[in-house]
Ligand binder design. Sequence first.
Ligand code: F6P
Length: 332
Amino acid sequence: MKRIGVLTSGGDAPGMNSAIRSVVRTAVYRNTEVIGFYNGFSGLLDGNYEEMTRRSVGDIIHRGGTVLRTARCREFETEEGREKAYKKIKELDIGGMVIIGGNGSLKGAKSLHDEFDVPVMGIPATIDNDLAMTDASIGFDTAMNTVLDALNKVRDTATSHERTFVVEIMGRDSGYLALYTGMCGGAESILIPEIEFRLDDVVNNCKAGFERGKLHNIIVVAEGAGKNLKNGGECEQNIGTIIGNHIRSELSVETRVTILGHLQRGGSPTAVDRIISTKMGAEAVDLLLDGKQKKMISYIGNSIVGVDLDEALKKEKNIDMDIYNLARILSL
Ligand code: F6P
C-alpha cells in the first residue's frame, strides 16, 4: 500500500493527537505516505487535506483536541456524500483509511468498507467510553481525571458549607464517565441514562446521609440521565437543575448545581491515554499494511488487539452493574 488516509471525527477526545502522531510515524517508518483529512469526513468530501510527515506531527503528543480538527458530518450520512468521499479516496490513490472517533465515526468507517471495499481501521476515541469490545476508548482516562479533580474541589466547598451538590457530567446516552468518576469521587448518588431512578429516591438517599452525620451530599448525574427518570415526562434537559431544585424544596437544604460541560473534553492526555492511543495508532497501521480490511483497534486486558468492527458496532456496551452496586454500597 503506497498511501493511507487518517481523520478524526465526532466529539474530540484527549489522546487523538498522540494517535495521529503514531499513525503517521508508523506509516512513514513502513515507507507509506499519509494523507490527513481535516474536519472529519467533511475533509474527505471537500478535499480538505494535506500530506503528513514525521515533522507535521511533532510537538502534538501532549496536546488535547485534534490537530486534524473534527466535525459531525451530515452529508456523509447520505449516499451521495459517501460516493463523493469514495471518489476522493480513489483520486488520491489511498489504499486504506484510519478513522479515529466514537460510535458514529466508526459506523462511517464501516460504510466505507461495506459500500466501496475500502480497507478501514477504526480507533475508538470518545470520553463517553461507550464502544463495546474495548475496555477503554481514547480520552476516557483523561476525562475521568478531569472530572475527579473537579469533584475533589466541589467536595471541599460542599463540606465547608454543609451543602448538597449536584454535579452534571457529560454523557448524553452513556453513563460510563459518571459511573466511574462517581465511584472514585465518593459520590452519594450516581444517576445515569442506563438505570431508571426516581427523584424521591435521590431525596431519601440525601436524607439518610445527613441522618448518618454526613456533612455534604454529592450527587453525580450524567447529562442524559433524565431519559430514565421514572414519571419524569419530558425531562431530557437540565437534569442537574431539576434534581437540585427538588432536593431543596423537599429537604430545605442548600443545594448547588455544577455543570462541568465541555471542559471535560479538553486537556493534555494522561499517561494512560497516551499509551493506549500510541499503541492503537501503530496497530491500526500495521494491520492495514498487513492486509487486514475492517477492524476496530481495542484495548482489552492491557493488550491492544484488532477486533471485528461489525461485531463491535453491533454490541451494546452494558453498564458494569458490579461497579454500580459497589459504588452504592461504599457511599452508605
Ligand atoms: O460524545 C461525547 C460527548 O462529549 C457527549 O458526552 C456529549 O453529550 C456530546 O459529546 C456533546 O456534543 P457537542 O460537543 O456536539 O455539544
